[in-house]
Design a protein around this ligand. Structure first.
Ligand code: GLU
Length: 486
């Protein structure tokens, strides 16, 4: 049997990170089993569905690398078949016409509020009209819905995550399956499409558990093959409430726009509701496919923790080749007005070296833009607070250090161990901590308080560039000192 799964988003909004997590579990499962991933767009809500949302959904899936093997199918294309199927249930007495008026439905809602639900109220009202009369009313165009006649008994299935699930049919409403406007409801359309598309495994959020009971009843009545169901846990915000905009961005594109890598998003989302069984959390896509299994999907909900995303993202930056990062970074650098993409192409080795130098400190592409800023010109901007903290507390000493370094750097072998041992010896001789030399040097070379390891930065920039920068720094420091004294 070929495993066939589906991802059926409704194009009524952006693709939610929770939806992506569900798509991902389907995708990992099907890739592991060499099956088929079907994409179906559930666009039957005409008022809320729109083509832009549809395009964003496809684009987001592509960005994440969650490729599909079939589709996208559009649910709206199957409306005629849905209707015919509902009619076949009606013919066999497994569904009935409900001519309830708006007033009747409203007063039923009020009664439900007071006395709790009366699941068979609609059926009893319908039974007041004979099937023949009903046919005649329908022929005359009288508005009505079609309801499914829930049979007696229990509905039981073996869920891949929850184990045996059991619903008393007495607790299930005679659900509307065809609205008065002729459109099928979600539970009917989804069961019909899953059956007609040969879906073998339905993996979706556990907010659908009670829908599954209804859909199984529909499967049975239509004599369709019932798929295996797996209900994956909800994703909550750090406060334990269902993840929503209050907790930050919920649309997957927001994370792309913020500069997270797709591999980091995938890794992060895979761990929401799936326990790999050991402490290894950093995984690429191939490892995830290899290790993912439904029996390690948890029942309990998981927390969307942005700190963890940041940490994982750092790991992914670190392990992504500079060349791949370059493709994402170049347009951003150009957009930030730092350097043109053409200029970067002419200095490719230098550029890739720069990315390797910086990527260990980045979690988002925007961090790389920020971190790389001091490297495009020797005419760097000095950060005021770094200057105050590391130079101007003792301007004399800072001048001495930078002048000393300039003379050492002119003749030392340009090698990181050499550079380091010279600087260490100087600190020892002066009875200073190493930081007392390193910090003013870092400000001189990068203009900032933080940077990658200073010896790596020196080697990357090269002697000429470093001397040039030290010269500028000394000028700047002299000017600042004069200002402070003046
Ligand atoms: N279109 C439905 C949704 O987005 C599909 C639910 C399902 O997987 O059955 O919630």
């Amino acid at each position: 049997m070929t495993v066939r799964v589906r991802f059926p988003p409704s194009p009524t909004g952006n693709l939610h990170v929770g939806g992506v997590r569900t798509a991902l579990f389907n995708w990992l499962f099907v890739r592991k089993h060499g099956g088929v991933f079907v994409l179906r767009i559930e666009d039957t809500d005409k008022d809320r569905s729109n083509p832009e949302h549809n395009a964003t959904i496809l684009e987001s899936l592509r960005w994440l690398g969650l490729n599909w093997d079939e589709g996208p199918y559009f649910q709206s294309e199957s409306l005629k078949r849905h209707k015919e199927e509902v009619m076949s249930l009606l013919d066999r007495g497994l569904a009935y016409r409900d001519f309830s008026s708006a007033e009747e439905l409203a007063s039923e809602r009020t009664r439900t509020k007071v006395n709790g639900p009366d699941r068979r109220a609609a059926r009893r009202r319908a039974e007041l009209v004979s099937v023949k009369e009903g046919e005649a009313k329908a022929q005359d165009g009288e508005s009505h819905a079609i309801r499914f006649r829930v049979p007696e008994g229990q509905t039981i299935w073996k869920d891949m995550v929850h184990g045996e699930m059991k619903f008393e049919n007495a607790d299930i409403d005679d659900l509307v399956i065809l609205r008065s406007d002729g459109s099928p409801t979600y539970n009917f359309a989804v069961a019909s499409d899953d059956a007609n598309q040969g879906i073998t495994h339905v993996i979706r959020g556990d907010d659908h558990l009670s829908n599954t009971a209804k859909q199984i009843l529909i499967y049975n009545s239509m004599e369709w093959m019932e798929p295996v169901f797996a209900h994956v846990p909800m994703i909550l915000g750090p406060d334990g409430k269902r993840l929503s905009k209050r907790h930050g961005a919920t649309a997957i594109q927001a994370y792309r726009d913020e500069g997270f890598l797709p591999s980091a998003m995938i890794n992060f989302l895979a761990l929401l509701g799936w326990n790999p069984g050991d402490d290894i959390e950093f995984m690429d896509l191939d490892t995830l496919i290899d290790r993912f299994s439904m029996d390690r999907v948890l029942k309990k909900s998981s927390i969307f923790d942005l700190k963890k995303l940041g940490w994982l993202s750092g790991q992914h930056f670190n392990s992504t080749p500079a060349k791949e990062l370059a493709e994402l970074l170049s347009p951003k650098l150009e957009a930030a007005g730092l350097i043109t993409q053409d200029a970067l192409k002419m200095r490719e080795d230098w550029y890739l070296g720069l990315i390797d130098l910086l990527k260990t400190r980045a979690r988002r592409i925007s961090d790389l833009v920020e971190l790389s800023e001091p490297f495009f010109s020797n005419d760097i901007e000095f950060d005021e607070s770094a200057v105050l903290k590391h130079w101007l507390k003792d301007p004399e000493k800072s001048l001495m250090i930078l002048s000393f370094l300039r003379s050492v750097f002119t003749e030392v072998d340009w090698d990181d161990t050499e550079l380091e041992s010279k600087i260490r010896a100087y600190a020892v001789q002066k009875q200073w901590k190493l930081g007392e030399v390193i910090h003013p040097l870092r400000v001189a070379i990068t203009g900032r308080e933080a940077s990658p390891g200073i010896f790596d930065v020196l080697i990357f920039l090269g002697r000429d560039c470093v001397l040039d920068r030290l010269g500028n720094a000394l000028d700047h420091l002299e000017k600042k000192t004069a200002e402070t004294l003046g």
